[in-house]
Write a protein that binds this ligand. Sequence first.
Ligand code: AVJ
Length: 323
Amino acid sequence: MTATHSTELNQFATDVLEGLSSDPKQLSSKYFYDDEGSRLFQEIMKLPEYYLTRCELEIFEKQAESIYAAFRNGGNSFDLIELGAGDGTKTAVLVSHFLERNADITYSPIDISQEALDALSDKFSGEFPSLRMETRQGDYFQILKSLKNGSGRRKVLMFLGSNIGNFTREQSVTFFRDLRAVMNENDLLFIGFDLLKDPHVIVRAYDDERGVTAEFNLNLLRRINRELGGNFDLDKWTHYAVYRPVQCAARSFLISREKQSVHIKALDRTFEFDQWEAVFMEISQKYTVSMIQEMAAESGFEVKQNFFDDRGYYCDSLWKLAK
Ligand code: AVJ
């Protein structure tokens, strides 16, 4: 288990204090991914209900050559930089294809979980002994600044898995503009977006039969207990997920089954929860192709090419800087 860095711990404490003091109460999904949370997310990706990962994998498997053609842009050397790489399973499909084509690439995965990065390193160095790789642990907002000049080679930034769905529209545009600020003229940005589809399919993805998603949410209470000295009793909480078709967003909540008080030592505070009170945990935004285009334009990009799976459930969108 890696100890959380003290400034990160302060940020975590501050955000938990702010979230549990607001009305309605909320916690940030960005704190889901401690080592245990990263493991649980890997379980989620294998669930029959969680279609997102398999859709993106299908796109990479069936369209690796077109993706390569779009990435290389005439040349064959570029740096692949992946924000929030996780276990890198999907990326391995692309990397494998690029290397078969004798591409001159380096791969720089960035992730908040050291354990996930270690697993990724082992996997990639075993599978691709010739690949140049440089892993970076940390919050990608912090690491972004160090990407500005980098190696001087062309960069392809990747933000896959519909990770963007956890941001509000405003946060997304701010994030894309921040990325744009570290990109040079011929650099590219490749983003995974989960598209609108039958709402029943979407809500099931966030409320699986086996309860892995519930565990994933509850794990954040466990993390607060461990890292901030909280006394959340997990049996007193239940996971609830909804999809709102007008807002095009799935949302998840932890619901307090009874009236209760929870003390958090590091905050020196006790929080009161009413029976059936909801704590907002996560938004998973879904998109249309025109929403994707609008966001690109608003943040200074142009869509270069969109890649879809056969069912049209998911889109990997490749962006270049707007002229
Ligand atoms: C990693 C943000 C893409 O929102 O679909 C999965 C996280 N939450 N199940 C998503 C998640 C519940 C996931 N992302």
